[in-house]
Structure formats: structure tokens, C-alpha cells
Design a protein around this ligand. Structure first.
Ligand code: AP5
Length: 217
């Protein structure tokens, strides 16, 4: 029998802080962050077939097709660093993906906890439009709420900070629409399974992190 693994699924609107918190949880728990958005962006940067396919969907703020995304996650979870589980950031994102994720993780103990990071839409837009990310390591900053020590330079590796192509206000509004239509049904799905836990995402980053760590026990 395989060892029981811990899978944490972070839910929340675009900009709620999933990526920020996943990186912090990775540091404190040793479980790797598995971000489907980051994997797509890596492929985009390296001009792979997957990257080219994902680009048109991402530019519009739509979801990349399920078959491609599910296969990609399945492969990622077989990597040795996922031997104890993973912090899922951006997957699953609809009911088809959630069902597939249940099947993938069932032999390893299933989903452990699903924190829903709550945030108002207006705050989401403010956060996303001020976000800057490192081109090399992917670290996430905000020009006001979480600025780097030197403007446009990553504190961790000195990489250049950039604004994501899909962070334009028009695309963000479609991403929110897609979230409410396709991703929000997962709230009921995981509530019914007894693993959903709500967290206030409007408080400072360190306080959100403490709330998440408390959930992980
Ligand atoms: P993805 O990269 O997953 O984007 P998202 O879900 O829209 O989430 P974001 O990365 O925008 O926000 P976040 O919640 O991580 O917030 P962050 O921590 O950065 O997906 C992008 C695209 O890829 C999708 O549109 C889709 O096309 C495709 N895709 C991805 N997964 C897919 C899937 N499973 N299926 C199909 N397609 C998929 O924080 C935001 C900002 O706020 C930052 O600047 C941060 O510094 C700041 N901040 C964070 N927390 C706080 C706080 N507590 N107080 C103040 N500021 C804060």
C-alpha cells in the first residue's frame, strides 16, 4: 500500500493570494507548490507545444482544456518531490478536474484540506493590477502591499519583475467570470466532503499564513 500523502487544495478568486500562500506553505511544510498557472507560464516562456496551446486560453482568461491540464498534473504529481503530497494552487478548477483529482489521489489518502481564501472582487482587481512577478523564480510581489526592496528587482534572486499578460483589467474581469461560473461550484463539492475551511484573505499576508497553518494542524 502506498504511503498516505497530504494534498492541500487552495481555492479562491484570482488574486485572493493562492500563489503567495502556496509559496509560504511550501517553505514551512516542505510540500511542493503545484501551480498549474506557473507550469503553463513556464511552457509559454520556453515556447513548447503545451505553452503555445495554453497561450490563447490564458490571454482571454479562459481555462485550458481539461484533458491537457489533467494529464499535466498527473505527470507532475509523479515527480519525486511530490512523494509526501502537494500544495495545489490553481487545480482543480472545475468539477471535471475535481473528479479526476479525486481519482488520482484516492490511492494516496485523498484530499486533506481545502482552504477557501475569501476576498471581495474590488480588492481582487486592486491586487492583481499591482502584482509583479519575478521572471526567473516566479516570486510574487505587489507594488503597494508587498513591494520588493529595490523597485522591479526580485529580493530572492535579483531577477527582473514583470506584469503578467493576463493581468490587464479586462482579462481579470473575464477570469473572475470564469471563476464564478466554473470554479465556485467546487466550494459546494468540497463542503459536502467535509474538507472545506474558509479563511479571511483580506488581512495581511502573515495573518492569512497563520490561519492556513492552523488548518493544517
Ligand atoms: P493562475 O496563475 O492560477 O491565476 P489565478 O487563479 O487567476 O490566480 P492568480 O495567480 O491571479 O492569483 P493568486 O490567488 O495566486 O494571487 P497572488 O498570490 O498572486 O491561472 C492563470 C491562467 O492559467 C488561467 O486563467 C487559465 O487560463 C490557466 N489555468 C491555470 N490553471 C488551470 C486549470 N487548472 N485548468 C485550466 N486552465 C488553467 O496574489 C495577488 C497579488 O496580491 C500579489 O501581488 C500579492 O503580492 C498580493 N497579495 C497576496 N496576498 C495578500 C494579502 N494578504 N494582502 C495584501 N496583498 C496580498
Amino acid at each position: 500500500m502506498s504511503e498516505v500523502r497530504t494534498y492541500v487544495v487552495l481555492l479562491g478568486v484570482p488574486g485572493a493570494g493562492k500563489g503567495t500562500q502556496a509559496k509560504l506553505l511550501e517553505q514551512s511544510t516542505g510540500l511542493p507548490q503545484v501551480s498549474t498557472g506557473d507550469i503553463f507560464r513556464y511552457n509559454l516562456k520556453n515556447q513548447t507545444e503545451l505553452g503555445k496551446l495554453a497561450k490563447s486560453y490564458m490571454d482571454r482568461g479562459d481555462l485550458v482544456p481539461d484533458d491537457v491540464t489533467i494529464r499535466m498534473v498527473e505527470d507532475r504529481l509523479q515527480q519525486p518531490d511530490c512523494a509526501r503530497g502537494a500544495i495545489m494552487d490553481g487545480f482543480p478548477r472545475n468539477l471535471v478536474q475535481a473528479d479526476a483529482f479525486d481519482k488520482i489521489t484516492a490511492p494516496d489518502g485523498g484530499v486533506h484540506v481545502v482552504p477557501l481564501i475569501n476576498l471581495e472582487d474590488d480588492e481582487t482587481i486592486r491586487r492583481i493590477t499591482g502584482r509583479r512577478s519575478c521572471r526567473t523564480c516566479g516570486a510574487v510581489y505587489h507594488v503597494v502591499f508587498n513591494p520588493p526592496k529595490i523597485e522591479n528587482v526580485c529580493d530572492i534572486d535579483g531577477g527582473e519583475l514583470y506584469q503578467r499578460d493576463d493581468d490587464k483589467e479586462e482579462t481579470v474581469r473575464n477570469r473572475l467570470f470564469v471563476y464564478y461560473k466554473q470554479t465556485s461550484p467546487l466550494i459546494g463539492y468540497y463542503f459536502a466532503k467535509g474538507v472545506l475551511a474558509e479563511v479571511d484573505g483580506s488581512v495581511p499576508i502573515t495573518e492569512v499564513q497563520q490561519a492556513l497553518l492552523a488548518l493544517m494542524g
